[in-house]
Design a protein around this ligand. Structure first.
Ligand code: SAM
Length: 229
């Protein structure tokens, strides 16, 4: 497992994404202009909890894609605050539109690399849950170093989570699922729920990429673990 990884502490960090320009619809463009100032978390925010005007358990989803799963979860768990993190502008625009249309007042959005958000905008022991669904699998061996889930990244996640907090990962790429288990085994304090994979928990809806994987005949792997200090 490559140690020079997305959570690694070196100057020219390898990122887990490649910025794709992506065409914005007029609605997404408007959402970015008008709604990001209202629901976005600026880079000057040093504690994500401060982005809300109430205290509530904080859930972070990294790489929310088109954001439809996040909007569904936020509507279904109104007692929690959610911060979605995504670098792909059209996806951010789409989620912002859902926040407005569905009157979601418990969602904020950070349009930034999730590793940087965890490092610079989350204080230690402030996150109750971290959810990462269908992160880019980077299937070619020479690209494995780009995978988001790596021991140094998980160590960073662990410092940001409260004791008893839940980390939930899902993938449709079997070799990445095994890789995730190996990475987790290297980080003390993460205790798996069950032996390895679990059935999809009721709080996670099917995501866009999951459905795409299923159409290709892929199996789905959910991993749920608890942080214990
Ligand atoms: C394969 S897609 C999955 C999207 C969504 N979770 C789903 O299941 O439909 C992975 C997403 O993660 C985003 N991503 C990858 N690395 C990221 C990072 N370090 N910070 C924020 N977003 C990231 C990508 O832009 C992409 O939209």
């Amino acid at each position: 497992m490559n140690k020079q990884s997305p959570g690694g502490d070196f100057k020219r960090r390898i990122r887990s994404f490649v910025r794709r320009p992506g065409r914005l619809t007029p609605g997404q463009q408007r959402a970015l202009e008008e709604l990001l100032p209202r629901y976005g978390v600026g880079e000057d925010c040093s504690d994500l909890r401060a982005a809300f005007d109430r205290q509530a358990p904080l859930v972070v989803e990294i790489g929310f894609g088109n954001g439809q799963a996040l909007a569904w979860m936020a509507a279904n768990e109104p007692e929690k605050n959610f911060v979605g993190i995504e670098v792909h502008e059209p996806g951010v625009g789409r989620l912002l539109r859902s926040i407005e249309d569905d009157l979601l007042d418990n969602v904020r959005v950070a349009m930034r690399d999730g590793v940087e958000v965890l490092r610079e905008q989350c204080v230690p022991e402030s996150l109750d849950e971290v959810r990462i669904y269908f992160p880019d699998p980077w299937p070619k061996k020479r690209h494995h170093k780009r995978r988001l889930i790596q021991p140094p990244f998980l160590e960073l996640v662990a410092t940001r989570m409260v004791s008893g907090g839940i980390l939930h990962l899902a993938t449709d790429w079997a070799p990445y699922a095994e890789w995730m288990l190996e990475a987790l085994a290297e980080v003390p304090n993460f205790t798996l729920q069950g032996e390895s994979f679990v059935p999809r928990p009721q709080w996670r809806p099917q995501t866009h990429f999951e459905q795409r994987g299923q159409r290709k005949g892929h199996d789905i792997f959910d991993i749920v673990c608890r942080l214990v200090r």
